[in-house]
Design a protein around this ligand. Structure first.
Ligand code: FEO
Length: 393
């Protein structure tokens, strides 16, 4: 579905809403409701297209773009980000509008050539560059590694609109256009989930980008991201929320993740939940094979403690836990505590391996693995409880 929103008399959002898709960025980010991809059209003395969309939606996108253009054509294209969800149909667009001049960052030019293998001409821009398009002026700010090295912001001076691409995105697919049209808890739930799964590993770069952005002193009335809703009422809050993420703020929260073959590690996980709640923790518990991993990653952002339980799989970690550990490593958490627990059969190697993998992911492991052989009995569970109660967490 395509939704067109008139933001002001000269600026339009063309949004593709796909409620069917369940994998965003391949297998990395399973989504609950679907996804959306935003492109923006500025019809000033010059006509500018800011970002495109995933190639699979090209035909319907072009159809709506042409309605907005009428007899006119695109003068400039801005590539804020090369990743295929935003530039996938660039080749088709430039074939349709061959006289359009394309602006991108220096890293963007390199990445565009690496994606499209053809002679394409780009004009590279940096943070002091501007392009007058009539009433408005385009200004640029590189935001490397938010999310790829090529990312940049484009600011529409005169309209006070920031085209932020991945930054401030959320995978909200409701048939509305602005942040104030949905419930705030729902908005921030999806806003946070997007940050956790796309932006969190770039935390340091986000800090640098926010600093650079603040130095511009741009007045912003609308943040127009490349995914989800336009942000109008929540501008101050979303920027502050990004600052909090960058500051790595944690709360008194523990996330328990576990996987189990015959339910024994599960018994330990639920006892652990009870003990941690009694110790004042806000606890989230997930059986990995039955949970959407994107939600788990969101809950981790402000958790100061992570508890990982696994049974054995032929002397190895159960596969969903192994996958989770790889995600932890990729997400580059810092300053977090962790410990491992689980039921084993005849080898304890699995849980020791879990500790090693957690340390490789930069977690501070605060205890030896806590394990119980085969089926936990009451005495063993009591011992487990006593150990957890004494942990310095
Ligand atoms: Fe929405 Fe980095 O792509």
């Amino acid at each position: 579905m395509v939704k067109v929103t008139k933001i002001n008399s000269k600026v339009y959002q063309i949004k593709i809403i796909d409620k069917e898709v369940r994998d965003f960025h391949g297998c990395v980010y399973p989504v609950k409701y679907g996804s959306s991809y935003n492109s923006y059209l500025i019809i000033d003395e010059k006509i500018v297209l800011v970002d495109t969309i995933d190639d699979i939606y090209y035909e319907e996108f072009l159809q709506h773009l042409k309605v907005l253009l009428g007899e006119r054509t695109i003068d400039y294209i801005v590539v804020n980000h090369v990743e295929p969800d935003h530039s996938g149909c660039y080749s088709s667009i430039i074939s349709e509008f061959p006289n359009a001049k394309t602006y991108t960052s220096i890293a963007g030019e390199k990445a565009m050539h690496a994606h499209f293998f053809k002679e394409l001409e780009f004009t590279t821009v940096t943070k002091n560059d501007s392009v007058n398009i009539g009433e408005y002026t385009l200004r640029f700010l590189e935001t490397p590694l938010v999310h790829w090295p090529d990312n940049m912001f484009t600011y529409l001076d005169g309209a006070n609109i920031l085209f932020s691409n991945d930054a401030f995105g959320q995978l909200i697919v409701d048939d509305v256009s602005y942040d104030y049209q949905v419930n705030s808890d729902y908005f921030y739930d999806l806003f946070d989930e997007y940050y956790a799964n796309i932006v969190w590993p770039c935390n340091k770069s986000v800090g640098r980008a926010l600093e650079s952005f603040n130095q511009q002193n741009w007045k912003v009335d609308y943040i127009c991201p490349a995914h989800g809703l336009i942000i109008k009422d929540e501008i101050y809050k979303v920027i502050q929320r990004y600052c909090d993420f960058v500051a790595n703020k944690v709360s008194n929260k523990a996330v328990i993740v576990y996987e189990t073959m015959w339910g024994n590690s599960k018994v330990m996980a639920y006892l652990l939940e009870k003990i941690l709640v009694e110790r004042g923790y806000d606890v989230k518990i997930f059986q990995l094979s039955k949970s959407r991993i994107s939600e788990v990653m969101k809950e981790l952002m402000d958790a100061k403690l992570v508890c990982i339980g696994s049974g054995n799989y032929n002397n190895c970690i159960l596969p969903p836990v192994a996958d989770f550990l790889e995600r932890l490593k990729a997400s580059q958490f810092t300053n977090r505590k962790a410990f491992v627990f689980g039921s084993y059969g005849w080898s304890k190697a699995t849980l020791n391996n879990l500790v090693e993998r957690l340390e490789l992911a930069s977690f501070k492991v605060i205890s030896e693995p806590i394990y119980i052989q085969y089926v936990p009995n009451d005495t063993e569970l009591l011992e487990f409880k006593q150990i957890v109660e004494k942990l310095e967490i």
